[in-house]
Design a binder for this molecule. Sequence first.
Ligand code: NDP
Ligand code: MG
Length: 354
Amino acid sequence: LILLGSTGSIGLNTLAIAERYAIDIELLSAGKNVEVLNGQIARFKPKYVAISDKRLKSKINHTRIFCGEEELLEAIALCKSETVVNAIVGFAGLRSTIRSLELGKKVALANKESLVVAGAFIDTTQITPIDSEHFALSYLVQDKPIKKMSITASGGSFRDYPLEKLGDVTVKEALNHPNWSMGSKITIDSATMTNKLFELLEAKWLFPKVQHFDAFIETQSIMHAVIDFVDGSSTTHLAGADMKLPIAYAIKDAVEEPILPPVDLVALGSLEFRAICEDRYPIWAIKEHILEHPHLGVVVNAANEVAVAQFLDGKIGFLDIGERVLETYDRYRDVKVVSLEDVFALDEEIRKSF
Ligand code: NDP
Ligand code: MG
């Protein structure tokens, strides 16, 4: 297995599953967390190691170290493993997805941003989604006509917060997700609902024959997706809020052992569903438009990555994130994106404009 983003939340869960099934790790890649990376090297003994921050090379306990993005892509090409888990966060994961697919490898994709920004230029038949909602949809799909696919959202850190106080929330409060333990960027994206917007785009690329996609809130994160079939029946996928299940399916051919305990519906008593409202989640205003113009994913992603980083640095408020993204979306509404080169150029242009 090739594991990119090994020091993050998905990376750690992937290593737990790999260890359980004694799957060899050929390449470990991280951003800058040398301490965790060195621990992983000692434990999993990968053949190659990659780090994106070049200044940290001398601190890594390994003899075959690759630094920066270009060298990471070289390391992937050297590997014999057929599966790549891409758990890098953000646009930084795009080139690895593209190169891995060019090399004929199967990509177990946590880096949803790859599809959000460049889904039109990616062969999704070689991708297994690690995102829980898309794993759920793949689990549910049958060879029957589908009317609609729906995915669920938790509602994020502020689903019950007084609306009029949302402008003053702290970074610490925003990072306090009610159901999932995840990296900081996706936790903020959950609070703004941008994560769900991204997941609708992700679903659109992964299930290109389906016409209708939507999302709603299920507050416990037990129900992950619903498929409405044309015949009037609907099926849903229930599982605990733990990424080990999607990861196990993404890196193993067959999963026959228990990964999670089953959901106990009687103990839960009830589930609560809510619509996603634009007053709490302003980004939802562009849902229909972006699903019709999915090439605009790169615009939302670039603006969002910069704005979320600024919020985490204490430079802007929570509500400013959505405002900046929507402002940028309006500015670029008519932009054309017809190639991967356009995706990289537009991403760069938007970041510079901030
Ligand atoms: P984390 O922030 O926990 O981890 C991100 C990983 O990417 C770390 O290993 C980090 O390295 C590495 N990284 C960061 N920047 C770079 C870079 N420029 N080049 C190379 N590597 C880099 O995020 P998550 O694990 O939560 O999320 C990873 C991806 O999975 C995201 O796209 C997210 O949307 C998706 N995802 C996550 C879920 C979850 O439950 N966590 C659920 C569904 C999808 P380091 O820490 O060493 O700097
Ligand atoms: Mg998800």
